[in-house]
Design a protein around this ligand. Structure first.
Ligand SMILES: NC(=O)c1ccc[n+]([C@@H]2O[C@H](COP(=O)([O-])OP(=O)(O)OC[C@H]3O[C@@H](n4cnc5c(N)ncnc54)[C@H](O)[C@@H]3O)[C@@H](O)[C@H]2O)c1
Length: 368
């Protein structure tokens, strides 16, 4: 690998790889040529199809062959949740930098082992979701730091939809399905970005829709599809997270922040981002405002961010950030520490049902 050239491998050629990663290869990113050296999928037709559509030099059915490929400098791990830990640990051992889909792993021991191995091998570790790179998240952090909301007392996050109708593994424990790991991770990553690390969690969960139609066939659901978490943050705020596959339509914001001086609603990645501050000095106005990601505000709802052009990688995309960190030798955000803290919240929240008690959290992370 050089700062002018990176050979990339993508493991898992499913929905998210096709949407988010494969279209962003074979181009210059941050002044560096990122070539799609190889793809891998345990289903050969998917690997072969992706290699052909996205001009990968070769494909492998066994991911270990991709990791042994000397032309691969860095990998994207975009497989089902259950395989992330095995693949990330193998990638670290093979000395490959990695961008891993969420969650990093299913257990804290696995996460610890991956983080330690990545450090030992000197490879970069970036973990999705990349909400911290979202301009609206950065702007929200600035708003909080400015004092426009006063003391933050309550943060609320939500990550829900009606359930994917084409991926049965999402609804089955054996396939690694978990609404907590698949969706709560989004809201939690937003909330820890805005309110910092949490110190306690409690939760309730249900399987609200026990039978679903997936790929046109009836499927018995054996995971919870509806969870609510309550959080107590180190810095003093309380929080709620709602994550489910039972929301078929919604108009309420993904993230809300309530402070002693104001309120902020964010509906990322789309608009609106709405802010009410009692502090007349903030942006020179009092009342509800729609801050733009770039600074300033407009008085009406924001238009959605630009669509990602097929040949364009915006600097705040996770792939753009990953490549920038490799070229500039910087630590990716979020890296292992934030991902591990978010994972601990999810693991502990899942333990509440059996213990019946709010769970203390042992992990934390430093300033972002
Ligand atoms: N689809 C979405 O909207 C979405 C959004 C954000 C994040 N994600 C995350 O992305 C990841 C993948 O989700 P998806 O929706 O793309 O799933 P998917 O089922 O569409 O694709 C996963 C692919 O990985 C392959 N695979 C599984 N194990 C493998 C292994 N050991 N080696 C090689 N290939 C393997 C499967 O054959 C499949 O093609 C998950 O972590 C999910 O949480 C998905």
């Amino acid at each position: 690998m050089t700062t002018e050239h990176i050979g990339l491998g993508v493991i898992g050629c499913g929905t998210i790889a096709e949407l988010m990663y494969l279209p962003q290869t074979n181009r210059r990113i941050h002044g560096c040529q990122v070539d799609l050296v190889a793809v891998s999928d345990s289903v050969e037709s998917k690997a072969a199809g992706a290699a052909q559509r996205f001009s990968a030099r070769r494909y492998y059915v066994d991911y270990r062959d991709l990791l042994a490929d000397p032309e691969v400098d860095a990998v994207v791990i975009a497989t089902n949740i259950a395989s992330h830990a095995e693949l990330a640990l193998a990638a670290a051992r093979a000395g490959k930098h990695m961008l891993v889909q969420k969650p990093l792993a299913e257990t804290l021991d696995e996460a610890d082992e991956i983080i330690a191995e990545a450090e030992r091998m000197g490879v970069k570790l970036q973990v999705e979701p990349a909400h911290m790179l979202n301009p609206f998240c950065k702007r929200a952090r600035e708003v909080i730091a400015s004092g426009a909301l006063g003391e933050v007392c309550l943060v609320q996050g939500k990550a829900s939809h009606g359930g994917a109708e084409d991926r049965p593994w999402l609804f089955q424990r054996a396939g690694g399905g978990s609404v907590m790991l698949d969706l709560a991770v989004h809201a939690l990553t937003w909330l820890v970005s805005l309110a910092g690390p949490a110190r306690r969690v409690t939760a309730f969960s249900r399987t609200s829709v026990p039978t679903r139609k997936i790929n046109g066939e009836s499927l018995e659901v054996d995971i919870e599809d509806n969870v609510t978490l309550l959080l107590d943050f180190e810095a003093g705020a309380l929080g709620t997270v709602v994550a489910n596959y039972v929301t078929v339509a919604d108009l309420t914001p993904n993230v809300s922040v309530y402070g002693t001086e104001g309120t902020m609603h964010i509906n990322a990645p789309q608009a609106p981002f709405m802010l009410f501050s009692r502090q007349a000095s903030y942006l020179g106005q009092r009342g509800w405002l729609a801050p733009t990601a770039e600074g300033g505000h407009q008085d009406r709802l924001l238009s959605p961010p630009r669509e990602l052009g097929s040949r364009e990688v915006p600097p705040h995309s996770s792939m753009g950030h990953f490549i920038e960190c490799l070229v500039e030798d910087q630590d990716p955000v979020p890296g292992g520490a934030v991902a591990r803290h978010v994972l601990e919240i999810m693991v502990r929240a899942s333990e509440v049902e059996s213990s019946g008690q709010a769970q203390r959290l042992d992990t934390s992370f430093g300033p972002l």
